[in-house]
Design a protein around this ligand. Structure first.
Ligand code: ADE
Ligand code: ZN
Length: 329
């Protein structure tokens, strides 16, 4: 309990958080009612029960995309992001870099001119309203392929200065990073920072490819680096790029069935790979960032100084530092 108080008070940056994954069952039901969208749940309790168990990443993703059906207007997206910032503030989050999935909305006929201003206004208000500074990272859905990603990048150009980076998410196995090399190259030329989900369900070769082919500054998840000691040695030697670990997500999506706790302990206690702690999709995985720190502390036996070091990593790996400054550190 003492350690939990410490975790709550520790200033933290959250670097791996999908805004669509912060849609709590209560807000989902309220937006469904407001917008006249039919959902297959009688109430928020029933909606929450549907999130209790996931067999794997794709099993989760189908519910996650279904949840977005209630998000239609600017106001809906503002309310979604604002609710996250309010909660994050209570958890000691001082800076957040939020992923959003444009294609999850454009594919349903919700245009950039509706969802982006809602998200962006919530980001602009978050510092004064909640004491949280924030950035937006647009993710390409890897299952829709590189042409759709390139089209999405073009649609984002009017909002170029309001976006800090690009990412890559959705179903991993079968959609290797190299497919997206050209669109990531173009993103870099536009001055956007680069990250990618890699090594969540897929193996270490996806992490290697994200580094080599996409030039990413962080690896989202990356837990499967442990399957390749040479890759671990490379990440240790270069002091990065950091991994944005999401322990409760990995648990709930069963990415290391049976031995996750040993893997988490190994990564944090037996390697010098820089790790940050994040919640991924907290409304679906049963815990915001503090619960993720607490779970990691429990399985890896971490004390307060080790937890403080993880929080320090989160600011060091953030885009608060420009790329040149990061090189020097
Ligand atoms: N989209 C939202 N959460 C995700 C995750 N954990 N992995 C891949 N895509 C996602
Ligand atoms: Zn994620």
């Amino acid at each position: 309990a003492e350690l939990e108080t410490f975790i709550g008070r520790l200033p933290k940056a959250e670097l791996h958080i999908h805004v669509e994954g912060t849609l709590e069952p209560e807000l989902m039901m309220a937006l469904a009612a407001r917008n006249g969208v039919a959902l297959p749940y009688a109430d928020a309790t029933a909606a929450a029960a549907a999130r209790a168990r996931f067999a794997n990443l794709d099993d989760f993703l189908s519910l996650y995309y279904a949840g977005t059906s209630v998000l239609l207007t600017r106001r809906d997206f503002y309310d979604l992001a604002d609710a996250y910032f309010a909660r994050a503030a209570t958890e000691g989050v001082r800076h957040a870099e939020l992923f959003f999935d444009p294609q999850a909305h454009t594919a349903r006929g919700v245009p950039w001119s509706e969802f982006f201003p809602g998200l962006h206004q919530a980001v602009l208000d978050a510092l004064a309203k909640h004491g949280v500074s924030a950035g937006l990272i647009m993710c390409f859905l890897r299952h829709l392929g590189p042409e759709a990603a390139a089209e999405t990048l073009e649609q984002a150009l009017p909002y170029r200065d309001a976006i800090c980076g690009v990412g890559l998410d959705s179903s991993e196995v079968g959609f290797p990073p190299a497919l997206f090399a050209a669109v990531f190259q173009r993103a870099a030329e536009l001055g956007w920072r680069r990250v990618a989900h890699a090594g969540e369900e897929a193996g270490p070769e996806y992490i290697r490819s994200a580094l080599q082919d996409l030039g990413v500054e962080r690896i989202d998840h990356g837990i499967h680096c442990l399957d390749d000691p040479q890759l671990v040695a490379q990440l240790e030697a270069n002091a990065g790029p950091a991994l944005t670990l999401c322990p409760l997500s990995n648990l709930r999506l069963q990415v290391y069935s049976g031995c996750l706790e040993a893997k988490l302990r190994q990564l944090v206690c037996e390697t010098r790979v820089p790790v940050t702690v994040n919640s991924d999709d907290p409304a679906y995985f049963g815990g915001y960032v503090c619960a993720n720190y607490a779970y990691l502390a429990q399985v890896a036996g971490l004390d307060a100084p080790q937890l403080a070091a993880l929080a320090a990593n989160s600011f060091r790996a953030s885009f608060l530092l420009d790329a040149a400054a990061k090189e020097r550190h």
